[in-house]
Design a protein around this ligand. Sequence first.
Ligand code: 0CG
Ligand code: SF4
Length: 313
Amino acid sequence: MGRVLLAAPRGYCAGVERAIEAVEEALRRFGPPVYVRKQIVHNTYVVADLSRRGAVFVDELDEVPDDALVVFSAHGVSPAVKSEAGRRGLRTVDATCPLVTKVHREAARLADAGYEIVLIGHADHEEVEGTLGEAPDRIHVVDPARPDEVTATGAAKVSWLSQTTLAVDETMDAVARLRERFPALIDPPSDDICYASQNRQEAITRIAPQCELVLVVGSANSSNSQRLVEVALTAGASAAHLVDRAADADERWLDRVETVGVTSGASVPERLVEELLDWLAGRGYDHVEPITLTEETLTFSLPHELRPTRDHG
Ligand code: 0CG
Ligand code: SF4
């Protein structure tokens, strides 16, 4: 009766694969407990699963005992957190996504070169807190939806950077507004919005106009997942919702719906998508058409602290 358009790429990105693998490898190698500062990735299922296996998630380093091992999450940490860990002599594994680290380096480089930096992003997100920590006196965080609220810098040299998981179109609109305010605004040498965010947004954009309903699997605090809901609506879906699990979906959403678009955020295990597809099949949406925009092949090697040590024997 109904059909499902299943977007690809969806689900795990290279940074999430690596971060989860880092916690698993630390558990294998050192045994529990392995402390993790913040959620390793923003997915309630992943966090619950790793907790069951011996990971202990904490908000701040003061909750980590002195002799413990602590993993920094994929979203990155400010230099102050790293110094604190160093000062306490904690053993650390840095699972920050290399694409987030790239933004940190760029922020530090621009600040050293005397730039003021407008960081487009959500101030309460861990990634933005971490990047801001690279040069708190020189970075001004502005919400992508409200670029006019940027605090005037007055500096001759102004550049911009962004959170990696923003909506591409909204961010470019924000940059255009900023340029009106700061005509000398310098673009960063490369995009900060990562390949995974861009690909997932493009894939759902392709499908959304044909859908009366789009369901995005992802947790409420996952920035890239939230953006997929917004992008689907902008692209023409009649309705779009974020669901952590199939159990959160509401049958009333299916009223007069013929085509459902399905995708998932970069931190979402595929089994949660399968669970949602089962839920839909049970309600007559059993014809699933995969729509693949592009194949992703990028992988990142484990954090260096966990790479196999050379056998000197
Ligand atoms: O999309 P954000 O930055 O909130 O993170 P999430 O953990 O959901 O996925 C990518 C990463 C890291
Ligand atoms: Fe890295 Fe992008 Fe994945 Fe974030 S969403 S972990 S920046 S690849």
